[in-house]
Write a new protein. Structure first.
Length: 267
C-alpha cells in the first residue's frame, strides 16, 4: 500500500510514525506533502527513506490512500489549488475536524471519502479515533483503514456522521481539558508549599491511578466519588466548592461549545 499525507504537521506525522512502527507500510511507499519548505530538513531527518514534497510540486499523486491532515480552515484553499487529479480508485481519509464528508467530496470532486477524528495521544499509540465513511466504500476497504487507525490506539466506527462533531469535542479536544484541570491542581499544590515537580508527580500519578480504578471497578463514577468523599472530610470540602460554583455545568458547556465550533468549521 502507498500512502500520501497531505499536510505533514503533528497529526499527519504521528500517523506516519505509527504506520512505519507497525510495518503497515514501507518507508519508501510514504509520501509526505507539506506547505512549508522550512520543515523539509526536520521531516527528512525523521523519515529519511520517504518522499517529501511541497504542495506546489505535486502534479500527480501515486498513492492508494491520501490522508488529508491540513487545518480545516485551510482545506478549501488547499483543495482549490492542488495540481493533481484524484484517480477513481484512490481512497481519501480526512482527519480534519468539522469538515463533513459531503463537503470533502464536493471540493475534491471525489466520492471515496472516510472521515476520522483522532486525538493527540495517537503520538504514543494511545489515541482514540472515531470514524465514519461515505456510501460506496467496501467492507474490505474499511477494514484496511481501521487497521491503520488502530496502529495509533483504538478506533470506533460510527454509522451516524453527525456524532463525529461530538467525538471531536469529547476526545479530539479532550486531552486539553485534562491538561487544564491538572494545571490547576499543580498550581494549588505549589500554593500549599509543595515543590512544582513534586506537585506534578502527585497529580499525574493520581490521575493515572484514578484511570485504572475506573477501568477495574464495577462501581459507577458517583460511587467511586463517594468512596473518596467521607462525610465532613477534606474531599467533601473541595466537592462542595465545585458544586456551589457549578463546575460540572461549566465543563459541560465548554464541551458543547467545542461541538458547536466543529459544526461551524464545515461552513
Amino acid at each position: 500500500m502507498k500512502i500520501a499525507i497531505l499536510g505533514a504537521g503533528n497529526m499527519g506525522l504521528s500517523f506516519s510514525k505509527s504506520f512505519l512502527k507497525y510495518e503497515l507500510i514501507k518507508p519508501e511507499n510514504l509520501h509526505l506533502i507539506t506547505r512549508n519548505q522550512s520543515k523539509f530538513s526536520k521531516i527528512s531527518e525523521d523519515f529519511p527513506k520517504s518522499k517529501i514534497s511541497t504542495f506546489d510540486e505535486v502534479t500527480e499523486l501515486n498513492a492508494d490512500l491520501i490522508i488529508i491532515a491540513v487545518k480545516p480552515q485551510d482545506f478549501k484553499h488547499v483543495a482549490e489549488n492542488i495540481k493533481f487529479k484524484l484517480r477513481e480508485t484512490q481512497m481519501v481519509l480526512s482527519i480534519m475536524a468539522g469538515i463533513k464528508i459531503e463537503r470533502i467530496q464536493q471540493l475534491l470532486d471525489h466520492p471515496l471519502v472516510v472521515r476520522a477524528m483522532p486525538n493527540s495521544p495517537t503520538l504514543l499509540g494511545m489515541g482514540i479515533t472515531g470514524y465514519t465513511s461515505a456510501q460506496g466504500i467496501s467492507f474490505s476497504q474499511l477494514i484496511n483503514i481501521e487497521r491503520l487507525l488502530n496502529s495509533t490506539g483504538r478506533s470506533v466506527y460510527l454509522e451516524n456522521e453527525e456524532l463525529l462533531d461530538g467525538v471531536t469535542a469529547l476526545s479530539g479536544s479532550g486531552p486539553a481539558y485534562f491538561y487544564y484541570i491538572i494545571d490547576a491542581m499543580i498550581k494549588a499544590g505549589t500554593e500549599m508549599g509543595i515543590d512544582e515537580n513534586l506537585s506534578k508527580l502527585f497529580v499525574t500519578q493520581t490521575m493515572l491511578g484514578a484511570y485504572h480504578l475506573i477501568n477495574n471497578s464495577d462501581k459507577n463514577l458517583e460511587a467511586l466519588i463517594q468512596d473518596v468523599a467521607s462525610k465532613g472530610g477534606t474531599t467533601e470540602a473541595a466537592l462542595k466548592t465545585f458544586n456551589e460554583n457549578n463546575l460540572k455545568e461549566i465543563l459541560k458547556t465548554g464541551i458543547l461549545n467545542a461541538e458547536k465550533r466543529a459544526k461551524e468549521l464545515n461552513g
